[in-house]
Design a protein around this ligand. Structure first.
Ligand code: NAD
Ligand code: MG
Length: 415
C-alpha cells in the first residue's frame, strides 16, 4: 500500500510516528480489545448509518458514546441497544426526561460542555463527528485535541476552522478520516500516487433536485421541492445545501483543508447518477476514481476500518443495468453558491466562518418559510460583501465572525 501521499492528512492520518497502522486494523485477534466508537450526532442520518455499520462490525467494534441535540427518546433507544458508557444531550431541558431511561452504567452528560467532555473521553478510540453545522465544532476540536481517530462528516467544522483543526491534528497526532463521500473517494484515489503527482481533483456533484430547472423556477422552489433530493437520503440542512449547491461550495473548502491542494486544482463536475463519488487526475493523465452505490455506510465503514477493507452492507453496482454515466459542467449562473465557494476558499481567514454561518441562518429561515429559496444565496452574498476578512484568526475570532454573520443575516432579512 502507498502511504504518506496526502498533504494535510499525512501528519494526521498517515503518520507512522503517531498512528501505527496496526492500531487502525479492524482485524484484531479474537482476544484483542474492540475499537471503541463514540458517535457525535447519533440520532441523525449519518449517526444512524454509523450505528448500522458498527453493529455489522461487532464484536471488533463497539459503541461507547452517543449524543444528540434534542431527540431524547431516540437517544435512549440507541443507548438501550448499544449500552454505551456515556451519552450526552445538548439541550439541558431534556436531561431529566432522558435520565430514567438510561441503564445505571451509562453516564449522562448535559449541555455543550457535556458534548465536549464526551468527545474527549479516554474510553473511545474513534469519534464520528456527525453533528450538523458549526455546532459540531467544539466537540470535533475536543476529539482532535485528545488525539483520537476522527471520522469527519461534519464538514462545517473544517469550513469554519480548518486553519485551527489541521495544525491541531498535526500537533496532537489525531487522525482525520473523511466520511463525506466525495472526500472519502478522493482519499482512496490518492493512494494511487504521490501528492506531487496530483494534477487536479474532480469533485462530483449530483446537481441536486434543481439541476434541470430554470433560474426563475429555482428562485420560487418550495421547501418540499428542495427537500426532494434525487439520489441521497440525508438530513434537512445538507439536503437544502445540495439544492442550492452550497454543499459543493462547502466541499471545495473541505477538500482544500483535507488535501492541502491549491483551490485552482479543485474542479466541480456534475454527475447526476452519484455513482462516481469523485476522482483524482495525476500528472501522467491517469484519472483514478472511486465508485459505488449512493450509500453513506460505505465511506463511514472505510473510515472506521482504514487502512483495511471488510465486507460492506451497501448494494453492489451492476454496470450492465446502469449502462451509462453522465457528466456536465456546473452552471455558475443558476448556482452562484459555487462561485462564492471558490471566492471564500481563496480568501481564507474568517471568510469560511462567515460563509458557513450565513448559510446556516439562511437555510433555517427558508425551512421555517420566512424567505423564498432564491433568497438563501443572495443573503450569503450580501453578508460576505459586508465582511472584512481577518487573515489569520484565532478560534475566538472565528466564533465571533460566525455570530456576527448570523446577526447580519437577520439584519439583511429586514431589508
Ligand atoms: P441530521 O440533521 O440528520 O443529524 C444531525 C445530528 O446532529 C442529529 O443527531 C442532531 O441531534 C445533532 N445535532 C444537531 N444540532 C446539534 C447541537 N447543537 N448539538 C449537538 N448535536 C446536534 O444531519 P446529517 O444529514 O446526518 O448530517 C450530519 C453532518 O454530516 C453534516 O455536517 C453533513 O453536512 C454531513 N454529511 C451528511 C451526509 C448525509 O448523507 N446525511 C453526507 C455527507 C456529509
Ligand atoms: Mg458530500
Amino acid at each position: 500500500m502507498v502511504t504518506g501521499n496526502l498533504v494535510s492528512l499525512r501528519p494526521a492520518s498517515y503518520s507512522d510516528a503517531t498512528v501505527p497502522k496496526e492500531s487502525l486494523s479492524p482485524e484484531p485477534s479474537a482476544e484483542a480489545e474492540a475499537v471503541r466508537v463514540c458517535i457525535m450526532g447519533s440520532t441523525g442520518s449519518i449517526g444512524r448509518s454509523t450505528m448500522d455499520v458498527v453493529h455489522s462490525l461487532r464484536p471488533k467494534y463497539r459503541v461507547t458514546g452517543l449524543c444528540a441535540a434534542r431527540r431524547w427518546r431516540e437517544l435512549a433507544a440507541q443507548a438501550a441497544e448499544a449500552r454505551p458508557s456515556a451519552v450526552a444531550i445538548a439541550q439541558p431541558t431534556h436531561a431529566e426526561a432522558l435520565r430514567p431511561l438510561l441503564n445505571g452504567s451509562t453516564e449522562l452528560l448535559v449541555g455543550p460542555e457535556g458534548l465536549v467532555e464526551l468527545a474527549g473521553r479516554p474510553d473511545s478510540d474513534f469519534v464520528v463527528a456527525a453533528i450538523v453545522g458549526a455546532a459540531g465544532l467544539p466537540s470535533t476540536i475536543a476529539a482532535v485535541r485528545a488525539g483520537k481517530r476522527v471520522g469527519l462528516a461534519n464538514k462545517e467544522a473544517l469550513v469554519v476552522a480548518g486553519s485551527i483543526l489541521i495544525p491541531l491534528a498535526r500537533h496532537s497526532g489525531a487522525c482525520l478520516l473523511p466520511i463525506d463521500s466525495e472526500h472519502s473517494a478522493i482519499f482512496q484515489s490518492m493512494t494511487a500516487g504521490r501528492p506531487s503527482e496530483v494534477k487536479r481533483i474532480l469533485l462530483t456533484a449530483s446537481g441536486g433536485p434543481f439541476r434541470t430547472w430554470s433560474g426563475p423556477e429555482i428562485a420560487q422552489a418550495t421547501v418540499e421541492d428542495a427537500l426532494r433530493h434525487p439520489t441521497w437520503k440525508m438530513g434537512p440542512k445538507i439536503t437544502i445545501d445540495s439544492a442550492t449547491m452550497m454543499n459543493k461550495a462547502l466541499e471545495i473548502i473541505e477538500a482544500r483543508w483535507l488535501f492541502g491542494l491549491p483551490v485552482e486544482s479543485i474542479e466541480v463536475l456534475v454527475h447526476p447518477e452519484s455513482i462516481i463519488h469523485s476522482m483524482v487526475e495525476f500528472c501522467d493523465g491517469s484519472v483514478i476514481a472511486q465508485l459505488g452505490t449512493p450509500d453513506m455506510r460505505t465511506p463511514i465503514q472505510y473510515s472506521l476500518t482504514y487502512p483495511n477493507r471488510v465486507s460492506g452492507c451497501a448494494t453492489r453496482l451492476d454496470f450492465a443495468t446502469i449502462r451509462r454515466l453522465n457528466f456536465e459542467p456546473p452552471d455558475l449562473e443558476r448556482f452562484p453558491a459555487l462561485r462564492l465557494g471558490y471566492e471564500v476558499a481563496r480568501a481564507g481567514g474568517t471568510a469560511g466562518a462567515v460563509f458557513n454561518a450565513a448559510n446556516e441562518a439562511a437555510v433555517e429561515a427558508f425551512l421555517s418559510r420566512r424567505i423564498p429559496f432564491g433568497r438563501i444565496v443572495q443573503l450569503i452574498e450580501e453578508v460576505l460583501g459586508r465582511h472584512t476578512v481577518s487573515p489569520s484568526p484565532d478560534l475566538d475570532e472565528l466564533l465571533e465572525a460566525d455570530a456576527w454573520a448570523r446577526r447580519e443575516v437577520m439584519e439583511c432579512m429586514k431589508d
